[in-house]
Design a protein around this ligand. Sequence first.
Ligand code: RFL
Ligand code: PHB
Length: 391
Amino acid sequence: MRTQVGIVGAGPAGLFLAHLLARQGIEAVVLEARSRAYVEGRVRAGVLEAGTIDTLNNLGLGERMMREGLVDNGLDMRFKGRTIHLDLPGLTGRGVRIYGQQEVVKDLIAARLTAGSPLVFEAKVDRIEGLESGRPRVHYTHDGIEKVLDCDLVAGCDGFHGVSRGAVPDGVIETYTRSYDFAWLGVLAKAAPIADMTYSNHDRGFALCSRRSMSISRLYLQVPASDAPENWSDARFWDELHMRMFDEGRSEIREGEIFQRDVAQLRSYIAHPMQYGNLFLAGDAVHIVPPAGAKGLNMAVADVRVLARAMVGYFATGARAGLDRYSADCIDRVWKTIRFSVSLTDLLHKFDHYSPFQRGMQMAELDHIAGSEAARKVIAEQYVNLSNVAD
Ligand code: RFL
Ligand code: PHB
C-alpha cells in the first residue's frame, strides 16, 4: 500500500489530522492498533476549548457537538468550604464545551468511513524505517499478516505508549518529566450533575465534579498512584466525594448508579524536537499533561492544526520550510500548556510531602484568587483558549 501521509493512531490527534488533510485533498492512511469498539468506548477527556470547537465546526463535523455538547460557562474552585466562581464568558468572552472525547472520536471515525477514506482498525504498527529518506515505510500487522505502508511523510499520533517516538534514533530527542505519586479515579454516574464544573482542594485530597449530560455526571477523586478501581465501592466513592466537596449534609451532590470507573496515572512529560526526518509526532505521543488543566486533547488538536498546514504547504509547493519549522512552531505553546496544567495540579491537590507551611501557601493562593478578579482572569483565559493557533 502507498499513500502521501501514513498516520499511526486513531485517537484525536490522528483522526483530526486525517480530516484536516482530506479537506485539502491530501491522501492519508490511518493505522490503529485497537478495534473500532475499543477506541470509541475509551472514556477520557471532556472539555473542549474554543480552538478545538472551531476546528470541529470548520471541518463540518461539529453538528452533534453543538447539539448535544453542554456549554460550560462557570468554573468553580472550592477550599476550606468556600467557593471561588470563575465566570468564563464574563472574564474572557468565551466558555468551554463539554463533549466527551469518545463522542468526538465517534464523529470523526463515522465521517471518515462514510467518505470511504482509509482507516484500518486492528492494524498495529511494529516499526517505522527510512525516516531520513523520501520513502519512509511503516510496517504493521493486520489480520495476523505483516504488511507495509509506503508514504511520503509519517505522523506519529500513537499516544504515550506508541512506537513512533521510539523510531527516532537515540540522542535526537530530549525529554523532560515530572511524575506524581497520586492518580485520578474517574467515574461516570447516572446522576444529575451540579451546576458548574467544580474543582475542590480538601484536606483529604482533590475532587472534581464535571458532567457529560444533564443526567450523567463525570466525577474524579485524587487517589494513591497504586490504587485500583475495584477498591472503590459506590458507597465509599460517594462518601468521599461528599466530604471532599464540602457537602457533608449530602444535599448538593446527587448520587446515582456508577457504571464506569477507571484510574488514570498523572504525568507531565515533554519531548522535543517533535520531529525527525520525515516523522512528525503529535499529541500524547510527544507530551503528556496532568488532567487538571483539561488540556491533553486540546493540545493534540492544536499540534495537528500546525502539522496539517505544514504538510499541505509541502505537497502544494515541495518546499519543506513549514515542515522543518513544525516543532519550533509548537514548542512554546506546548511548554505554556504544561506550565498551566502543572500549576493547577499544584494548586488543587494534596501533596503528602507538603509541610504545614506549604499547605498554608496553597490556601493563601486560593484565597488570593478568590479576592482578585485579575487572578481569576489569568486562570480563565488559559482554561478557555490556551491551545489556540492561528490558521
Ligand atoms: P490517544 O488518544 O492516546 O490515541 C493514540 C492512539 O494510537 C493507538 N496506538 C497505535 N496504533 C497503531 N500502532 C501502534 N503501535 C499504536 N500504539 C498506540 C492507540 O490505540 C490510540 O488509539 O492520543 P492522542 O490522539 O494524542 O490524544 C490525546 C488525548 O487522548 C489525551 O491527551 C486526553 O484524553 C487527555 N485528557 C484531557 N484532555 C483534554 O483536552 N481535556 C480534558 O478534559 C481531559 N481530561 C484526559 C482527561 C486524560 C485522562 N486520562 C485518561 C489520562 C481526563 C483523564 C482522566
Ligand atoms: C472531564 O469532564 O472529564 C474533565 C473535566 C475537567 C478536567 C479534566 C477532565 O480538568
